[in-house]
Design a binder for this molecule. Structure first.
Ligand SMILES: O=P(O)(O)OC[C@@]1(O)O[C@H](CO)[C@@H](O)[C@@H]1O
Length: 405
């Protein structure tokens, strides 16, 4: 650790018109409310609640969850612990952007009656979009590409599937992108940081065992469902088949979140998509199905996975989960923001420094879709800033693989 004091950068807030965070609150969230409103034949009370949320997005304030926010009251208690009292009554644009976004999605679920009681209890408002993506013809093509992959040497196949999981975060199964897994395609230029070799070094080769002699365990903190979750599952299947891991714990969201984030239902949908696809895809699906039934793969849906907070605030049981893993891999942009802290870090801030709190080895596989970034070398930062690509931080055209051993 450097001897210079480690001073956290300012927390990202969406209060600057024209900024990306402000645009998400002022434009993207209203668009999502309208999308949900149009996707379901909701009854008048639910539509009224959505219209109220829509109005609030423009110039409203954070409102406490209603008394019937969930039948058990447990979620209200959690949100009280997560800062509800501190932010209630304040503008969406004046509280931490991460907190405002996460609270918006919790209010959206309230508006559609997700937490019930009522007909819509437990109905994922984003399910039509998730299923459409999973059933898209492009997915057939992408799964068919697995036949070629199966003919590659295992290491090359592993690299291609790692790329697939990485670029799947842009909802485009990247193993078609990778130039035969050697990373010499255009995705290498789009990688602003690539610690892939360090990640592979953390996963023991068959027979090498782990430093503590226990089972090699991968914790994969998933992000989006559909065409990101499928390559994530393919990577897990490959690592199991090649003996690079003995166990995997797949962390998903306990309820719908940020439109496309994966829930246990989405895991089943993705698994069924693999099993029914035939060929190499079905072989992966059957392997995962067997691993789920014999306990080598487990699915967790911890409440903190939907918290509006950085992972630095994670509870002890989740910390213990990650500490027990050989490596924890966090997928996607939102998990990256929560891992490093949603702050205006200078891009050359050390990734190891900002993740020093995280128990056990940790890796991030992320396409850049928001401003926060750390761990870049000065040359890369200068080249990106000089490139004239204003959106390199937020457009999803660039990605990173970062590891802290
Ligand atoms: O976690 P993902 O799915 O990769 O990306 C989610 C995300 O980038 O989409 C929103 C707009 O960019 C952000 O709020 C959030 O970080």
């Amino acid at each position: 650790m450097p001897d210079t004091p480690f001073v956290p950068a300012p927390v990202i807030v969406g209060d600057e018109p024209g900024s990306f965070p402000h645009g998400v609150l002022a434009e993207r969230h209203p668009a999502i409310v309208r999308q949900v409103r149009d996707a379901f034949p909701l009854d008048p009370p639910r539509r009224h609640a959505l219209d109220a949320l829509l109005a609030s997005c423009a110039d409203g304030v954070v409102e406490p969850l209603p008394a019937d926010a969930d039948p058990t009251g447990r979620d209200r208690d959690r949100w009280a612990r997560w800062g509800m009292d501190a932010y209630a009554g304040r503008s969406w644009y004046d509280v931490p952007w991460l907190w405002a976004e996460s609270h918006f999605y919790r209010r959206l679920l309230d508006a559609v009656g997700y937490f019930g009681p009522g007909a819509w209890q437990g109905v994922d408002p984003f399910r039509p979009a998730k299923l459409a993506e999973l059933d898209a013809p492009e997915t057939d093509q992408e799964l068919a590409a697995l036949e070629d992959l199966d003919r590659m040497p295992a290491d090359e196949r592993g690299r291609a599937l790692l790329h697939g999981s990485l670029w799947g975060n842009r909802a485009d199964l990247g193993f078609r992108l990778s130039d035969r897994g050697t990373g010499t395609g255009d995705e290498a230029a789009a990688l602003v940081a690539d610690d892939s070799d360090a990640l592979w070094s953390l996963l023991p080769v068959p027979g090498a065992g782990t430093p503590d002699g226990g089972p090699a365990t991968l914790c994969l903190v998933a992000d989006n469902a559909g065409r990101e979750l499928v390559p994530d599952l393919l990577l897990v299947s490959h690592l199991l088949a090649e003996g690079r891991v003995d166990r995997a714990v797949l962390h998903v969201k306990p309820y719908p979140y940020y439109v496309s984030d994966a829930t246990p239902t989405d895991v089943l949908d993705a698994l069924r998509r693999l099993v029914t696809a035939g060929g190499a895809a079905a072989a992966h699906g059957e392997r995962l199905w067997a691993a789920l039934t014999d306990g080598r793969v487990t699915v967790r849906a911890h409440p903190f996975s939907c918290a509006p907070l950085p992972y630095a605030d994670m509870p002890g049981d989740l910390r213990a989960d990650f500490a027990a893993a050989t490596v924890t891999v966090l997928k996607g942009d939102l998990n990256y923001r929560r891992l490093v802290g949603d702050r205006w870090w200078p891009p050359t801030t050390s990734f190891a420094d900002v993740t020093g709190y995280f128990p056990g080895a940790v890796a991030a596989l992320r396409t850049l879709k928001s401003d926060v970034v750390t761990g870049l070398d000065a040359k890369t930062e200068a080249a990106l800033e000089a490139s004239g690509e204003r959106g390199w931080r937020t457009s999803g055209t660039h990605a990173l693989v970062q590891v802290r051993c």
